[in-house]
Design a binder for this molecule. Structure first.
Ligand code: SAM
Ligand code: DTB
Ligand code: SF4
Length: 325
């Protein structure tokens, strides 16, 4: 048998399926064992999200309320100011976040004044003592280096699903496009935040395929957000039925086992989960949540409610940033 927590990039789909299909007590035990060897099991990192440019995106991601192809009532926003961004970052810090993620509904990060403004936002967020993360769509190698020079901690760029199911969800860009941007981010020395979404009508093999692709990256992404689809009326996936939360627990535990040192984040979709389901996700090895009542455009539990939940579990928000670069 392999060493339980060896860092590997060559997991086969059969091996991943074997882990994912373990009896839940065995799966959770294995995930906890690995989690405790690499992470503090009582601490959760709070991240905050801010949409710095909302809606009007040219891509056709079937889950996304910000695509200009669907009528979700969002309109077409402009890039907000550095001042507004830093005010939001400061209040996120006051609520207990140590990582601040700025999202923009762009196919690719723009050049010129708007990009310069994003760099200014990154510098300002770092100056507040927060980790800074951006998700701006595709990047060039030069843009990745400029973000690194501004002090960016992490870049979020999700693979979303398996290569096989990808085409059913997005047609306007490819898996290879995503991997290319991730390569630029890695080469620039910025940490990688890369995960996906479950509950989009995919089959089990797609979840296993996504996990295989995430773990195949070398080094593993430092941060792996696992989102549950938030169905938004007007998008092609607006009527998708909810998944069994225990399926989310299995995906989180499997990610935990495949990528022992990575931070697995329980990301979008928590409003639809019971406190008990969220507790199981944390036991399965998730050690980060978004705090604050808004994700990018959809809702998230109130910070106060999350504090109460962590209290009831005897867990707490980390007070220090996790990633130092
Ligand atoms: N435009 C950039 C991009 O796609 O890379 C950045 C912003 S995009 C909204 C960031 C991520 O949010 C997507 O990759 C997707 O994984 C996630 N996301 C978007 N809409 C979602 C939804 N309705 N439910 C769950 N996750 C969602
Ligand atoms: C990620 O994986 N989840 C976050 C973050 N990366 C940018 C985004 C979730 C968005 C959920 C839908 C919305 O609020 O618009
Ligand atoms: Fe645009 Fe990102 Fe939404 Fe896709 S997920 S439509 S790229 S904002």
């Amino acid at each position: 048998m392999e060493t339980l927590d060896a860092i590997r990039h060559d997991w086969s789909l059969d091996e991943i399926a074997e882990i994912h299909e373990l009896p839940l007590p065995d799966l959770l035990f294995r995930a906890q064992t690995i989690h405790r060897a690499h992470h503090d099991p009582l601490q959760v990192q709070g991240c905050a999200l801010l949409s710095v440019k909302t809606g009007g995106c040219a891509e056709d991601c079937a889950y996304c309320p910000q695509s200009s192809r669907y009528d979700t009532g969002l309109g077409r926003g402009r890039l907000i100011s550095v001042e507004d961004t830093l005010a939001a970052a400061e209040s996120a810090r006051d609520q207990g976040a140590t990582r601040f993620c700025m999202g923009a509904a762009w196919r690719s990060a723009p050049r010129g004044a708007q990009f310069e403004r994003v760099l200014e936002m990154v510098r300002g967020v770092r100056a507040l003592g927060l980790e800074a993360c951006c998700t701006l769509g595709m990047l060039s190698a030069e843009q990745a280096v400029a973000l690194a020079d501004a002090g960016l901690t992490a870049y979020n760029h999700n693979l979303d699903t398996s290569p096989e199911y990808y085409g059913a969800i997005i047609t306007t860009r490819t898996y290879a496009d995503r991997l290319e941007t991730l390569g630029f981010v890695r080469d620039a020395g910025v940490t990688v935040c890369c995960g996906g979404i479950i509950g989009m009508g995919e089959v089990l093999a797609d979840r296993l395929g996504l996990l295989q692709q995430l773990a195949a990256q070398s080094p593993h992404p430092e941060s792996v957000p696992i989102n549950v689809l938030v169905p938004v009326a007007g998008t092609p996936l607006g009527d998708t039925p909810p998944i069994d939360p225990l399926e989310l627990v299995r995906v989180i535990a499997t990610a935990r086992i495949l990528m022992p040192a990575s931070i697995v984040r329980l990301s979008a979709g928590r409003l639809a989960l019971s406190d008990e389901a969220q507790a199981l996700c944390l036991l399965a090895g998730a050690s980060s949540i978004f705090i604050g009542d808004k994700l990018l455009t959809t809702g998230n539990p109130e910070a106060e409610r999350d504090r109460e939940l962590l209290d009831r579990l005897g867990m707490r928000l980390r007070t220090e940033p996790l990633t130092v670069i």
